[in-house]
Design a protein around this ligand. Structure first.
Ligand code: BGC
Length: 647
């Protein structure tokens, strides 16, 4: 069973329910729904529970823990703790089920090493619901046979993007275009604060993929195509997260983003064009990418996630040479986690063989959202029959326990004593997110100017003009994200500002008349043509056709382009997209073009600020821009890395 775009199914039923029944709601996750008891207790508790009551619940759990002898690990080393565990307990520490498959009682019985956060739904849970839910699981771990605390893992790849109400930062592709190391550190501090205030301590970020082909669906998760741009940004972001106590997990090791077009993974019966494919690269490229990880290890990251893809024909999940290099040559003392079900795509003929292969290749924890119990049993059997050595298991579990201990989870499992720099969803976070979005706007063409003249009538056109979801992209509230268009025009991000709203907010101050009525187009001085891409994640964004009016373009892009052309007015085009989409067929009709990428919840305000001249255009391309798909293949770059049309 795979997470993934449940929304079309869910929105018809769950959304109607949730929207009518108001703000917080239990997530309805179709057949992946977690145990009802969790939904019921958690949600009811949350709607009425104050912080004090929450603390009382926590204290109760701690009382249970303290009353059970044998849990005092305070003077023990990770190695000493591992020596007290049974093989079953060790195997349990090495697996990570998804939250929708386990209940707190399962933690009490098995005490899995981690739980993976994954609910594919909208609206998402709010901060209080996450805290109380995670505390329930933690309480289960603490009253288990060994009481080792849980490490709760999640993908806060651009803010705590699975908590409703939280500021959504621009995606990595924007951060690369902004290329502001200090502000990226601040983003880490802000996101780190939000993470620790939702108790989701382990973050599967930063993604340090170096997308080489914009047709790859994960291009927007990449800061840049260039390791030299990626490294300082990833280090700054990680250091910001670390400053708040987050357990950081750079991904996906290694040479993520180099998989060749047409080599995508399909062994699990899912067709992929590029994603999880084969990175055929030279030693120089490998070394450049190893250097990114070396810098991150030196900055103190505690975990690393392995790439779904292959390196020169060898699946990374069984690539012992490079995985062991992290541990033996690069000084990495943390632990290695596999990616979602990815051990299953190794070269073994059976799951048994693949579990053995990946663990013997150096992977310490298996992200197996559904078959974790089976994997645990395979680990136990493999140790008993000598296929995996006890030393390998002890090394893995020691690493896991060390990370938990150094993260403070043994002393403060409910993160009650954590002091973050900022409160959840602080004004400062919104300011940093807006500033990063402003800095990430890249003018591609500026013949008609990049600002709106005071006194002008501006016709705001196109499907990205008034859509909060388009600005957020994938990995927001759900795996693939969703547009307002997907939910019949309701606002995916009620706290966010759309481009139209941002302009309206500034209209009086900057003497602009904002017009959206098509009958009045001829009365306007300038058209602001807002085009966008649909939201997507991973291979669902792999695209043969990268045109802004291609498969992944928003419905309505073409109509808007045609209307603008017909009106024959000066046109400034805004592109809201996860990558450098192809615009060759249309660019001659436009006077100016600004690439906005996926600027997040503050994106509309940021774009409006730039258009009225409240901020400068300082963003530059962090990935090459191509005129056509054929040019991608032959390396014929239109606009190079570093380009901006701003003077
Ligand atoms: C992605 C990872 C992510 C994981 C957990 C995988 O499919 O490749 O980047 O961390 O899912 O959601």
């Amino acid at each position: 069973m795979k997470k993934r775009k449940l929304l079309s199914l869910l929105l018809t039923s769950s959304m109607l329910f949730s929207l009518t029944s108001c703000a917080t709601k239990a997530l309805e996750t179709s057949e992946e729904t977690p145990a009802e008891s969790i939904e019921e207790t958690t949600v009811e508790e949350t709607t009425t529970q104050s912080k004090t009551e929450e603390t009382e619940a926590t204290e109760e759990a701690e009382t249970t823990k303290v009353s059970n002898p044998g849990y005092d690990y305070s003077s023990m080393t990770p190695e000493e703790i591992v020596a007290t565990l049974t093989l079953e307990e060790k195997a349990a520490q090495m697996v990570e089920p998804a939250i929708y498959n386990v209940e707190p009682e399962d933690m009490e019985e098995f005490n899995y090493g981690s739980i993976l956060s994954h609910y594919d739904d909208w609206p998402q849970w709010d901060q209080e619901t996450w805290v109380s839910t995670i505390n329930d699981y933690q309480a289960g771990s603490l009253v288990s046979s060994n009481g080792i605390p849980l490490l709760y893992g999640q993908d806060a790849v651009h803010g705590v993007n699975f908590a409703s109400g939280c500021v959504i930062f621009p995606h990595n592709v924007n951060i690369g275009a902004a290329n502001d190391v200090e502000l990226t550190y601040e983003m880490g501090v802000c996101v780190g604060s939000d993470i620790m205030n939702t108790n989701m301590i382990w973050n599967f970020a930063p993604c340090v993929a170096a997308s080489q082909d914009p047709r790859w669906g994960r291009t927007y998760e990449s800061y840049s195509s260039e390791p030299s741009i990626i490294t300082p940004l990833a280090v700054a972001y990680s250091e910001g997260l670390l400053s708040q106590g987050v357990v950081v997990c750079p991904k996906h090791f290694i040479c993520d983003g180099y998989a060749l077009y047409g080599t995508g993974e399909y062994s699990d019966n899912t067709y992929r064009l590029i994603d999880r494919g084969d990175a055929i690269v030279s030693d120089d490229v490998i070394n450049e990418n190893l250097a990114i990880y070396q810098a991150l290890i030196d900055s103190g990251v505690q975990t690393i996630m392995i790439s779904h893809s292959s390196l020169n024909g060898i699946k990374m999940h069984e690539n012992a040479k490079y995985i062991m290099m992290l541990k033996n040559e690069m000084g990495f003392e943390g632990f290695i986690i596999s990616d979602w079900n990815s051990i299953q795509n190794c070269s073994g003929a059976t799951l048994e063989e693949n579990v053995i292969l990946s663990i013997n290749s150096g992977i310490d924890m298996l992200m197996q959202p559904d078959n974790y119990d089976l994997c645990m049993q395979i680990i136990i059997d493999a140790v008993n029959n000598g296929d995996i050595s006890e030393e390998r298991i002890d090394d893995a579990v020691t690493r896991i326990i060390r990370v938990k201990m150094e993260a403070g989870l043994f002393d403060d499992p409910y993160l009650e004593n954590v002091e973050t720099s900022y409160e959840f969803n602080s004004d400062y976070s919104r300011e940093v997110a807006r500033k990063l979005a402003e800095e990430s706007l890249v003018p591609l063409k500026a013949d008609g100017g990049l600002t709106l003249e005071p006194g002008s009538r501006v016709f705001v056109l196109g499907p990205a003009a008034d859509d909060s979801g388009v600005l957020l992209g994938g990995w927001t509230y759900s795996w693939t994200g969703l547009t307002d268009q997907d939910i019949w025009g309701m606002k995916v991000c009620p706290e966010g500002t759309t481009i139209l709203e941002g302009l309206k907010d500034l209209a009086d101050e900057y003497e602009l008349e904002i017009v959206t009525n098509k009958n009045e187009i001829d009365t306007c001085d300038v058209i602001l043509l807002c085009l966008g891409e649909q939201t997507y994640a991973e291979w669902t964004g792999d695209a043969e056709d990268l045109s802004i009016t291609g498969d992944l373009g928003l419905d309505g892009n073409l109509d808007a382009i045609e209307l603008a052309k017909e009106a024959n007015l000066p046109t400034i085009t805004l592109l809201v997209a996860g990558r450098n989409v192809i615009i060759e067929d249309y660019i001659n009709d436009w006077d100016s073009v600004i690439m906005c990428y996926l600027p997040g919840s503050e994106g509309g305000a940021a774009i409006a600020n730039a258009l009225v001249g409240k901020c400068e255009y300082t963003g530059t391309l962090a990935m090459p821009y191509y005129k056509s798909e054929a040019d991608i293949d032959n390396g014929n770059v239109w606009l190079p890395v570093g380009f901006t049309a701003a003077k």
